[in-house]
Design a protein around this ligand. Structure first.
Ligand code: SF4
Ligand code: SF4
Length: 408
């Protein structure tokens, strides 16, 4: 495990992509001061959860060395220089001072399942066991009135301090009345507004909570939207993907623990440390794209040779996410590695816009030979032209050969 983590740390450090990974010494010095002060404050606070990182790691047979290797990879992932590694490790240890209220709305619970169902949990997943999860309908034993009372109590005790993590979309259209919670029959929208009112910030986990996801696919019968469309007066951090990568959830919480602030976000509200990378730019099949070598049909020779999946509908050129670097299941593999193209699950309206097995006609991508952004049609024209030249040369050679044969 350690070797893979070290490799990941190196990849993050090497692959700056479109992300600014060097901001100068003065910036990092003041950041380190600020983080040190924040961690000291948190350390002095009573732990809101009885679970410690030490006990969780011991239960899984992991030692301090494994933990520090994880901290080094997490530091690189957060785009921090290596000298921040001890602070990231400390942040994981005091993570249980930051209370979390986790809401389950219109969804399949796939993000929770992705974290819980791992038979060999990663340290990212284990760390989520350490956070002070004050309320989570999927995990908690309490139900009914007892659960409602627990929620109200947690909101009162940690008013203004808790992170509200939301999984699932919010129906605000015709379907608004179909989804209600508790004895007061609150709609999901009212429930979210109520819990968000006392939160320090909201973290929308998975594509349903960020952009509406599958429930928002045409014709969107419930009028599903994401958290940012409902909550306008609090910071909302979007961690899309289907499911969201546990490494990105942990990274976002770690950043909040370290700074008390929201990480730098892109124009879609996604942390840049996780979504500043285009799948296509870090894909192991990219050399085949550049060489014009494509899978043309499932199971063909190209598929057997791991050629590029663009012609089978891969949306890697239009999708921003770090799964080509972080991967899934302890970095064992990821969708393109397993042989299927990216379906753009971390982008808005992915189900309608990207989740089909054909290339997009109007997409702008890098041409194999040029390095210039072109549309797929222009790109296709280039290939056709090349093929045309090839056919022309072949015809000319054949004609010349035929003439020679005739001459003889
Ligand atoms: S089109 Fe898809 S499979 Fe091909 S290089 Fe880009 S991301 Fe990888
Ligand atoms: S490869 Fe694409 S579809 Fe698959 S998880 Fe990553 S972003 Fe989502």
């Amino acid at each position: 495990m350690g070797d893979r983590r070290e490799a990941l740390a190196k990849m993050f450090t090497a692959k700056g992509g479109r992300v600014n990974t060097n901001r100068g010494q003065a910036y990092y010095d003041s950041l380190m001061d600020m983080m040190n002060r924040r961690l000291l404050e948190l350390e002095a606070m009573p732990s809101a959860s009885r679970t410690s990182i030490k006990s969780v790691l011991e239960a899984e047979g992991l030692n301090r060395r494994d933990f520090m290797k994880w901290a080094s990879a997490a530091t690189a992932m957060l785009m921090l220089p290596a000298q921040f590694t001890p602070l990231v490790a400390k942040a994981a240890e005091v993570m249980n001072r930051v209370p979390i209220i986790w809401l389950e709305l219109q969804d399949c619970a796939g993000n929770s399942e992705a974290i819980l169902r791992s038979d060999a949990p990663t340290i990212d997943e284990l760390i989520l066991e350490v956070v002070s999860l004050e309320f989570n309908e999927t995990l908690m034993a309490a139900a009914g009135h007892q659960a409602e009372e627990h929620l109200e109590e947690a909101m009162k005790t940690f008013n203004g301090k808790y992170l509200c993590v939301v999984e699932g979309s919010i129906p605000v259209g015709t379907g608004k009345e179909w989804c209600t919670i508790g004895a007061r029959a609150e709609t999901f929208e009212d429930h979210l507004r109520h819990v968000a009112s006392g939160a320090a910030a909201l973290v929308a986990v998975g594509t349903c909570a960020t952009f509406g996801g599958v429930p928002a696919a045409a014709p969107n019968p419930t009028g599903a939207v994401g958290v940012q469309d409902v909550i306008k007066n609090k910071p909302v951090i979007n961690i899309p993907a289907c499911p969201a990568n546990p490494a990105n959830i942990t990274g976002t919480i770690l950043h909040f623990v370290l700074t008390g602030q929201v990480p730098e976000l892109d124009h879609l509200g996604r942390p840049k440390f996780a979504f500043g990378y285009r799948i296509h730019d870090n894909c192991e099949r990219r050399a085949h794209f550049d060489a014009g070598e494509f899978v043309e049909e499932w199971g063909d020779e190209g598929a057997k040779n791991n050629f590029c999946l663009y012609k089978m509908g891969c949306k890697g050129p239009m999708t921003f996410n770090n799964c080509s670097i972080v991967r899934y299941n302890e970095a064992v593999n990821w969708p393109i590695g397993a042989g299927h193209g990216c379906i753009g699950c971390s982008e808005p309206q992915f189900w309608d816009k990207y989740a089909y097995e054909r290339p997009m006609a109007d997409a702008r991508i890098k041409a194999p030979t040029g390095g210039v952004e072109k549309t797929v049609d222009e790109f296709g024209l280039g290939l056709l032209t090349a093929a045309g030249i090839g056919i022309g040369i072949h015809a000319a050679i054949s004609m010349a050969a035929g003439k020679k044969e005739g001459d003889a």
